[in-house]
Design a protein around this ligand. Structure first.
Ligand code: ARG
Length: 579
């Protein structure tokens, strides 16, 4: 809706004599007391043109086309804001036009439709368990992928697994000497972690072991068959274990191109950077200085270590080139902890120079950062013994706690159904608690707050949704029912109108969440929508005798269900028939 209103205002402003480039309409959804949308752009345009703002706003409003005037009650407020309040006819038209997820997607289509976006997320290191530090990238990356795809881009979901690096020397050393076969069968990652710790400790205390570990690494890097086979097994088992988590979180990658995939693609980085004069040599290493940057003018990005080896940055540069050439990426998003922001800033600066000097088009590169998950003590969340909290244990506990909630709420449901519901509620609560925060901030992980039917929580929303489903189920009614809806007229009571006006803003909230890569905007929208539904449902009886009133109320229920279901789906949550 915002896009349409901005276009209409631009046209009207031009007709009122405002130069085209001088006018940014600045339409936003607004507090319902000020209509549904508000434009604040006339103020700046008036200032620029040296005209008094209020009369200019009135002149612009007078030149709005009849379609806008029919759809909205338009008024000028304060010093020159333009307020738009949706008229009942528009609300009815919206309700009639949106009966499927595809209709909602069409309404939300953004300017990036047709572009290819690569989303690099989750991307854990192999041979280690996923822990709570891996939660945010997976959950936020999945939601953003869904949002970007829903609004029209082609999305390539790429799990850039850390499956290569110097740790393999010690790991292979220990694997060859200390592997515990049965333990490997029980829990491979646990065994790899044990082996790595063992190899690391041995190498730290004994220079001979350190030498042997180094030799194992060199053999692996040279393609030695035995070491390559061990490495392959470690990665295969790691990915299989990650897969269990991804399934619970509803994550499916299009490609999993780990760091090792780029081993044969780093030569192009070395030669490209030196050939174009972007890199220089410093103490035997190949480095890139950025003289224009306060820190990176003295702290270069190392792209090739003095021993000739590639590193994290080299691989990332090769990855950018590959994503451009192979996927034709227009945008690459990196959903990674904000502690890596220096790495990405330096990487993007380097890629830009490299691409510019070699005549390549650089895609938009963006570090979608996020803060840390904290314990109630304000420090990064850990177990009581000070270890990292395993993601698997965290999700298990969430399901366990949700089981108590579900049992309290619906003790009459059979136990296996309560277990199945608890998995959806528990995992959804963890996802939602993460997504509903501004992603750049740290947040405190609190079981009590997150697994609760009160507040902006998954359980509250899932319950609201299940309750709407039950209206249709108990009445034996279709949802939606086009034949019955044909009788519906426009929203009339305050509860109906407020709910319909909130529904109208779904696409704008999806766009806002997508443009800012901030799913919490969608969470907030869904929470408010559930609140409007609850007010409506408390005030207006749905199943009444009057066929017209009943049809329009059922239509509102059906659309609320559609929007909630679609919205929660975009966040990566599963929903329930009953709860
Ligand atoms: N494996 C890295 C880590 O665990 C994250 C990789 C993020 N993606 C990237 N292209 N650098 O810290």
């Amino acid at each position: 809706m915002i896009g349409e209103l901005e276009a209409a205002l631009r046209g009207a402003a031009a007709a009122a004599g405002v130069a085209d480039g001088d006018f940014m309409p600045g339409v936003r959804t607004s507090d319902p007391r000020h209509g549904d949308f508000q434009a604040n752009g006339v103020l700046a345009a008036a200032k620029k043109a040296g005209r008094p703002p209020r009369p200019l706003a009135e002149a612009i409003v007078a030149r709005l086309g009849p379609d806008v005037r029919e759809a909205f009650d338009v008024s000028v407020a304060g010093p020159g804001f333009v307020n738009f309040a949706a008229r009942p006819a528009l609300l009815l038209a919206w309700l009639r036009a949106h009966t499927s997820p595809d209709d909602l997607a069409r309404g939300a289509a953004a300017a990036h439709a047709g572009e290819t976006w690569v989303v690099d997320y989750s991307s854990p290191n192999s041979a280690k368990q996923m822990h709570v530090g891996h939660l945010r990238s997976a959950v936020i990356g999945e939601a953003i992928s869904r949002l970007v795809s829903f609004t029209g881009a082609r999305v390539v979901r790429d799990n850039h697994v850390g499956d290569w690096g110097t740790q393999y020397g010690k790991l292979i050393w220990a694997y060859k000497r200390h592997l515990d076969g049965p333990a490997l069968g029980r829990d491979p990652l646990e065994e790899f972690e044990r082996l790595y710790k063992l190899g690391n400790a041995a190498a730290e205390s004994d220079p001979a072991v350190m030498e042997e570990a180094r030799a194992e690494l060199v053999r692996l890097q040279a393609g030695d068959a035995a070491n390559t086979e061990i490495w392959r097994r470690i990665n295969e088992a790691s990915l299989a274990s990650f897969q269990g988590i991804y399934e619970r979180l509803g994550i499916r990658f299009d490609v999993t191109l780990g760091e090792s995939f780029y081993n044969d693609k780093v030569e192009a980085v070395y030669s490209g950077l030196s050939g174009s004069g972007v890199s220089s040599e410093s103490q035997g290493a190949q480095v890139v200085f950025h003289p224009e940057h306060p820190r990176f003018k003295t702290q270069p990005l190392i792209v090739r270590k003095s021993d000739g080896a590639a590193n994290y940055a080299t691989t990332d540069l090769a990855t950018i080139l590959y994503r451009c050439e192979h996927f034709r990426a227009g945008v690459i998003l990196y959903v990674v902890d904000k502690r890596q922001s220096d790495h990405f800033e330096q990487l993007f600066l380097t890629a830009r120079k490299w691409f510019e000097r070699t005549g390549r088009a650089l895609p938009r590169l963006e570090h979608v950062d996020f803060g840390t998950v904290l314990g109630e003590n304000g420090k990064p969340l850990r177990t009581r013994t000070g270890d990292n909290v395993r993601l698997r244990d965290l999700l298990d506990e969430a399901a366990e706690r949700a089981f108590d909630l579900v049992t309290k709420k619906s003790p009459e449901f059979p136990e296996d159904e309560r277990r199945a519901i608890a998995e959806v509620v528990g995992v959804g609560s963890v996802q939602y608690a993460d997504l509903s925060q501004n992603r750049s901030s740290d947040y405190v992980f609190s079981w009590e707050k997150m697994i609760s039917l009160e507040g902006n929580t998954a359980a509250y929303l899932l319950y609201a949704l299940a309750r709407i489903r039950s209206i249709f189920r108990k009445g034996g009614l279709e949802c939606p029912d086009p034949a019955a809806e044909a009788a519906a007229d426009a929203p009339a009571t305050p509860g109906e109108a407020a709910l319909a006006r909130k529904l109208l803003k779904f696409a704008d909230s999806v766009r806002l969440a997508t443009e800012t890569l901030s799913p919490h905007f969608l969470c907030l929208y869904l929470y408010e929508l559930a609140g409007e539904f609850s007010t409506f449902y408390g005030a207006d009886k749905v199943i009444v005798d009057d066929p017209v009133v009943r049809a329009r109320r059922l239509m509102l229920c059906s659309r609320t269900l559609l929007v909630m279901e679609t919205g929660l789906g975009l966040l990566g949550l599963r929903t329930l028939g009953r709860m």
